[in-house]
Design a protein around this ligand. Structure first.
Ligand code: CA
Ligand code: CA
Length: 331
């Protein structure tokens, strides 16, 4: 049965990663688990215990769309060497609701360098109320300096972010400024990546007086974007453009339709995915995991998901009396 790509509506569904481990009684563990499913009676797939197989391998096909993106299926045989009669597959996904989303507090930079250049510095402020996290960063002194796009004369904040998806990222900034109807002298910033300031993400503005707001609009009235062509760690740079700018939080998303509100989502770096372990027992499949996530199950990968009937707190023994079920961990 082919089913659509997983769409997990729970806003705080945990991030996932490939499940690894020993099959058939040996247990296993994953860097993180998002969901798993099992099916009965899929005979005809030979294969020794512990074999990893591609998802779309002939007679073993079990819904490639449902386990798209880097999924690995593990195949089991029973202790007598008889063909297995159950199989499990484990889904791999990032943020299922907001793909490719990264958020970081301005004040949680990796480096603030140079500390002072051209007489200006990024400095922590906690006196401008309603900030997210532990404060905000303000470019001081505020003496009506605007470096435009000359990053050689502006202080820079660096953020080391891990990108799990390539593509075009929309750059959202939460900040406090003085855009129209203000005088627009403290209301723009430059955001780049790996030391380069692209035109597409330069001169982000749109911060009218009245407190912190989210904006992705550039001076050219286009949405600010960055292109990430390679997954993995990148350094995102935030350069002062106008002094007096108060920078609270940064958000990158591949979702063009996503608009942050309020404080925005939790910081990416603060999310600790649970470690999911599994093992076969006489009573079924035992799942256990770290952290406070709860186990949810559904008859369809698209949900609706409810707390697993066998229990939602680790560990849980899943009874194998359903033709198919899907599981996920959620916070
Ligand atoms: Ca200024
Ligand atoms: Ca902040």
């Amino acid at each position: 049965m082919d089913v659509g790509r997983p769409r997990l509506p729970h806003r705080r569904a945990v991030r996932g990663a490939e499940l690894r481990g020993k099959p058939h009684g040996g247990g296993g563990h994953a860097g993180a688990g998002l969901g798993c499913r099992y099916e009965h009676g899929n005979a005809g797939c030979g294969g020794a215990a512990s074999a990893d197989q591609p998802i779309d391998d002939g007679p073993c096909r079990i819904g490639r769309a449902a386990v798209a993106r880097a999924a690995t299926r593990r195949v089991f045989a029973d202790s007598g060497g008889a063909p297995y009669d159950q199989q499990w597959s484990f889904l791999v996904a990032g943020n299922a609701v907001i793909p490719g989303l990264l958020a970081v507090e301005a004040e949680h930079f990796a480096t603030n360098t140079p500390i002072e250049i051209n007489g200006t510095s990024w400095e922590l402020t906690t006196t401008n109320g309603s900030f997210s996290g532990d404060g905000a960063m303000v470019a001081l002194p505020n003496v009506n300096l605007n470096v435009n796009v000359d990053t050689s004369i502006s202080p820079r904040l660096d953020y080391i972010l891990n990108f799990t998806e390539v593509g075009t990222y929309y750059v959202w900034v939460r900040a406090s400024g003085d855009s129209a109807p203000g005088v627009s002298q403290n209301d723009s910033v430059n955001v780049g990546i790996d030391g380069v300031l692209p035109d597409s993400s330069a001169k982000i503005t749109g911060f009218p007086p009245g407190g912190y707001v989210w904006s992705r609009i550039t001076v050219a009235s286009t949405p600010a974007t960055l292109v990430v062509s390679k997954t993995g760690s990148h350094v995102v740079n935030v350069w002062m453009r106008e002094d007096g700018f108060i920078f609270d939080k940064l958000l990158l998303t591949t979702n063009s339709a996503y608009t942050p509100t309020g404080f925005g989502p939790a910081e990416t770096t603060t999310i600790t995915p649970p470690v999911l372990s599994y093992s076969l027992t006489n009573g079924g499949l035992q799942l256990s995991w770290t952290g406070s996530a709860v186990l949810q199950s559904a008859e369809e990968v698209t949900g609706p998901y409810t707390p697993a009937a066998e229990g939602s707190l680790s560990p849980v023994i899943i009874s194998l009396d359903h033709p198919r079920r899907f599981f996920r961990l959620a916070k």
